[in-house]
Design a binder for this molecule. Structure first.
Ligand SMILES: Cc1cc2nc3c(=O)[nH]c(=O)nc-3n(C[C@H](O)[C@H](O)[C@H](O)COP(=O)(O)OP(=O)(O)OC[C@H]3O[C@@H](n4cnc5c(N)ncnc54)[C@H](O)[C@@H]3O)c2cc1C
Ligand code: FES
Length: 326
C-alpha cells in the first residue's frame, strides 16, 4: 500500500508524482483550487497529522504556517498524512462590490470594499471567490490606503467564468470572499529612493504596476521610473490619460506605451514590447528594480533576458498571470 492521505474519514492512496490536491480531486473530492501552480492559495488545506513539505508552504504568511496550513497543489507527501479543509475564519474576509466601470472594451475596473481590516501593499494580489465558488487571482491596482477599498483591473475573456460573472451577473453591493494578499511585487526602497525602477507589463499586467507606481511616487521616490505597457492593438491600451498626467507632473516618470500591431508615427512605440524594453535598458544594472507582470510567456521570457543582460535576480520581481486549471 502506498502513501495514504486521510481526508474526511476516508483514506486515499497517492500515486507517484501526484499532489495531495490531484489525489483528492481524482477521488471525486470537492477541494477548492484554481492555478495548481502555488500562486492563488485557493487550495489551502490544514495538516492535522503528518509532516508538511517545505515547498508546500512557500509564500504563505507566517501565521498561516503556524496554523499548519499548506498548499495542497504543491504537496507531495513523503509519508501518510491526515488533512482537512481549513475553517474560513481568519483566512478570508468578505468584500462588497462598490463600483464597476469599463477601462477599455476588454478591461473592467472593479472596486471592492472590504468589510474587515485587511493589510496589503499595492501590486500584491488577492484571491476572490464568488457565490458560484469560482476562484481567481487579481492584482491590486490602487495605492496602499486604509480606506479598505481595493481596485482590480479585470481582463474580460469570452466565456471567462469570473470575468463574465463580474461583468454580467454581479451587482453593486454583491459580496465576494477575499483571501490573501500574496506576492512580492510591491514598492519598497529601503531608503534608496533614488534608484531606478523599471515597470513592464502587457494587458491587465498594468494593474499591479500602476499600484506600484502610485506607491513609489507617494513615498517620494526620486529615481527614474519607466513604465512600459504593451498591447496587441492601440484600442487595448488603457489609462493613457492617467499615465500621461502623472508623467506631466513627475519629471522622473516616463510612460512608454507599446503596440504590437500599431502604426508608425503614433504616440506609442510600435513592435514587440520585449525588443523595445531590451533596446533601452537602464545603465545602472546593479540598483535598478525590475517589475514584470501579466502574460506568463512575456514575464518568464523577460525575466531570463533581463537577468542575462546583467540585472541582479534579487532585483527582479514578477507576477505571471497564470490561467486557472480547473
Ligand atoms: C498572481 C496572479 C495575478 C493575476 N492578476 C490578474 C489581474 O490583475 N487582472 C486580470 O485580468 N487577470 C489576472 N490574473 C488572471 C486571473 O486570475 C484569471 O485567470 C483570468 O481573469 C481569467 O479568469 P476567467 O474566469 O475570466 O476566465 P476562465 O474561465 O479561467 O477562462 C476562460 C477561457 O479563457 C482562456 N484563458 C484564460 N486566461 C487566458 C489568457 N490569459 N489568455 C488567453 N486565454 C485565456 C481559458 O483557457 C478558457 O478557455 C492573475 C492571475 C494570477 C495567477
Ligand atoms: S495555489 Fe494551489 S491551486 Fe493555486
Amino acid at each position: 500500500m502506498g502513501i495514504q492521505v486521510l481526508y474526511d474519514n476516508k483514506s486515499y492512496t497517492v500515486r507517484e508524482k501526484e499532489t495531495v490536491l490531484d489525489c483528492l480531486l481524482r477521488e471525486g473530492q470537492n477541494i477548492p483550487h484554481s492555478c495548481k501552480a502555488g500562486s492563488c492559495q485557493s487550495c489551502l488545506m490544514k495538516m492535522v497529522d503528518g509532516e508538511i513539505p517545505e515547498i508546500s508552504q512557500q509564500g504563505l504568511k507566517p501565521t498561516f504556517k503556524q496554523m499548519k496550513l499548506f498548499l495542497s497543489c504543491q504537496c507531495y507527501p513523503k509519508a501518510d498524512i491526515n488533512v482537512q479543509l481549513p475553517n474560513d475564519s481568519g483566512l478570508s474576509v468578505q468584500a462588497k462590490i462598490l463600483e464597476k466601470s469599463l477601462l477599455s472594451s476588454n478591461v473592467l475596473k472593479v472596486r471592492l470594499h472590504l468589510l474587515e481590516d485587511f493589510e496589503y501593499l499595492a501590486g500584491q494580489y488577492i484571491t476572490i471567490t464568488n457565490n458560484e465558488q469560482v476562484v481567481r487571482c487579481y492584482s491590486i491596482a490602487n495605492q496602499t490606503k486604509k480606506d479598505r477599498n481595493i481596485d482590480l483591473h479585470v481582463r474580460l475573456l469570452p466565456d471567462g467564468k469570473m470575468s463574465s460573472w463580474l461583468q454580467d451577473v454581479a451587482q453593486i453591493g454583491d459580496e465576494v470572499k477575499v483571501r490573501g494578499p500574496a506576492g512580492d511585487c510591491f514598492y519598497f526602497a529601503n531608503g534608496k529612493i533614488d534608484n531606478p525602477i523599471l515597470l513592464i507589463g502587457t494587458g491587465t499586467g498594468l494593474s499591479p504596476l500602476y499600484g506600484i507606481l502610485l506607491d513609489a511616487l507617494e513615498n517620494g521616490h526620486t529615481g527614474d521610473i519607466k513604465l512600459y505597457h504593451g498591447a496587441l492593438k492601440e484600442a487595448d491600451l488603457y489609462f493613457i490619460g492617467e499615465l500621461n498626467k502623472i508623467a506631466a507632473k513627475y519629471s522622473n516618470f516616463t510612460y512608454v506605451p507599446c503596440v504590437l500591431r500599431g502604426e508608425e508615427g503614433n504616440f506609442y512605440k510600435t513592435g514587440n514590447i520585449e525588443d523595445i524594453v531590451l533596446s533601452a535598458l537602464p545603465e545602472d544594472k546593479n540598483n535598478t528594480k525590475v517589475y514584470l507582470c501579466g502574460a506568463p510567456e512575456l514575464v518568464n521570457s523577460l525575466k531570463v533576458k533581463v537577468f542575462l543582460a546583467g540585472f541582479s535576480n534579487n532585483n527582479i520581481y514578477s507576477d505571471a498571470f497564470l490561467p486557472s486549471k480547473e
